[in-house]
Design a protein around this ligand. Structure first.
Ligand SMILES: Cc1ncc(COP(=O)(O)O)c(C=O)c1O
Length: 442
């Protein structure tokens, strides 16, 4: 008997194919979700057991005790163990209003201008769901935070890449701000399908803190061509040497077209808590809330309470000021090791990564690299070699580029300094062993 729907070869036997029984959606491949990614190649399981992990960007220390205490208290509260409002818990939205209102020069409306999300990642995913139609284009600077690409592709968008320009190889004493943007290149990347630009400041992995002038240039283009700015500011509390963190949403006529993105994971050393938030005008937050509600419904409740408790206390405890000093110390320990080796890097002014120029690192021609590195950039081999021979892991930067621009990233390895001083000192000692593998310059 037929119901008119053909599921088989006609004999009641399912049709055979050579592929998997259930084929996966093509978006997984297009979104680079199936390729062996950098995180699996440099996974601790593949590296020597005592390798010091400066590859992944999470801390090896706990959130502050008083923030953890707020988490414990939340678990004792019945309501904080259940669903929250999809907009986020009122206590957290109020704490965000108090902390960010003055920074954005606005009296933020907790009902319509703040959205708590399951980390910054899910917040940005919801923005893409809310604003991208099939084939809409999103401009991003390279190197880019690797989660942008799959999130855009999964939402039928198209990534358009504009590289940041690294400092010239001969430049001594470079800082992350010697990585520059070319606004003409951004202009050339704009098409009638451009819907959005992602600006990540302070930047992962470069550590660049975009200047007011650079952001003004981007803002002018966003207004001229009418697109949205997704301002990924998850490292806004980690800006060094007295540099100013400029918020593009505060520029004239930019509030209407900007969603700013923040992360408790970065601000309170709690990356596994998965609490982040978006701030923007009602016209942008309402559609994002609609998407977010249908993706996760709401974010985890007790840790929202804990983050609220954290934000409520940061001023009296001078927490962010102290934390910045601690991170500057961590950065300086690691960079001193590179100085001692005479290796080049751009001193990061924000976030917690240093890009080391690894073009002088050489290894024997017959060195045994795993198959997973075949066809990848030179930096993949360099990072593997450094992890195996020196015992410190890092991440190859070409992973954060599109195929055409991959050669720009091949010159660099990313080292994360969100680790305690003792670990960084130990890593610095080990890194000195890299000296014998550096190309001799006359
Ligand atoms: C630039 C950037 N944006 C967003 C995120 C994601 O933040 P969250 O952990 O809050 O999802 C990260 C995390 O590494 C990041 O580096």
């Amino acid at each position: 008997m037929s119901n008119g729907i053909i599921h088989s070869n006609g004999n009641g036997v399912p049709a055979k194919s050579s592929g998997p029984v259930i084929p996966v959606a093509s978006r997984l491949k297009d979104g680079r979700a199936l390729a062996e990614d950098v995180w699996s190649i440099y996974n601790v399981a593949n590296l020597p057991a005592d390798c010091i992990n400066l590859g992944q960007g999470y801390m090896n220390f706990a959130p502050p005790a008083w923030v953890k205490k707020a988490a414990d208290e939340a678990l004792e509260d019945v309501s904080a163990n259940h669903y929250s409002h999809p907009k986020g818990r009122m206590r957290l939205r109020k704490a965000i209003k108090n902390q960010y209102g003055p920074l954005l020069n606005r009296d933020l409306d907790v009902e319509s201008e703040i959205l708590v999300t399951s980390g910054a990642n899910e917040g940005m995913y919801s923005v893409f769901t809310a604003f991208l139609n099939d084939g809409d284009e999103v401009i991003m600077f390279e190197p880019f935070f690797d989660q942008y690409l799959p999130s855009i592709v999964f939402n039928s968008g198209k990534c358009v890449y504009v590289p940041l320009h690294p400092p010239s190889e001969s430049k001594e004493g470079a800082t992350s701000n010697d990585w520059t943007i070319d606004l003409e290149e951004v202009r050339r990347a704009i098409t009638p399908r451009t819907r959005m630009i992602i600006v990540n400041t302070p930047h992962n992995p470069v550590g660049k803190v975009f200047t007011r002038e650079e952001l003004e240039g981007i803002a002018a283009l966003a207004k001229e061509f009418n697109f949205l700015v997704l301002s990924d500011e998850v490292y806004d509390c980690l800006v060094y040497d007295g540099k100013e963190h400029v918020r593009i949403a505060t520029f004239p006529d930019m509030w209407e077209r900007t969603i700013s993105v923040y992360s408790a994971g970065k601000s309170f050393a709690a990356t596994g808590w998965r609490v982040g938030w978006l701030i923007g005008p009602k016209t942008l937050i309402a559609p994002t809330l609609a998407a977010c509600t249908r993706i996760v419904f709401c974010s985890n409740s007790p840790l929202q309470e804990a983050v609220a408790g954290g934000l409520e206390q940061v001023k009296t405890r001078h927490f962010f000021e102290t934390q910045v000093k601690e991170y500057e110390e961590r950065r300086d320990i690691l960079c001193a090791a590179f100085d001692k080796l005479g290796m080049k890097y751009a001193l990061p002014q924000g976030s917690y990564f240093v890009l080391l120029d690894i073009s002088e690192v050489v290894w024997p021609d017959d060195y045994n690299f795993p198959k997973s590195l075949d066809g990848r950039g030179r930096d993949f081999k360099a990072c593997w070699f450094i992890a195996m021979e020196v015992g410190v892991s890092s991440i190859p930067v070409s992973e954060f580029y599109c195929a055409e621009h991959c050669s720009i990233g091949e010159r660099f390895a990313r080292f994360a300094f969100c680790k305690d001083n003792e670990t960084l000192k130990k890593a610095s000692e080990r890194l000195q062993n890299l000296g014998k593998y550096l190309r001799k310059t006359e």
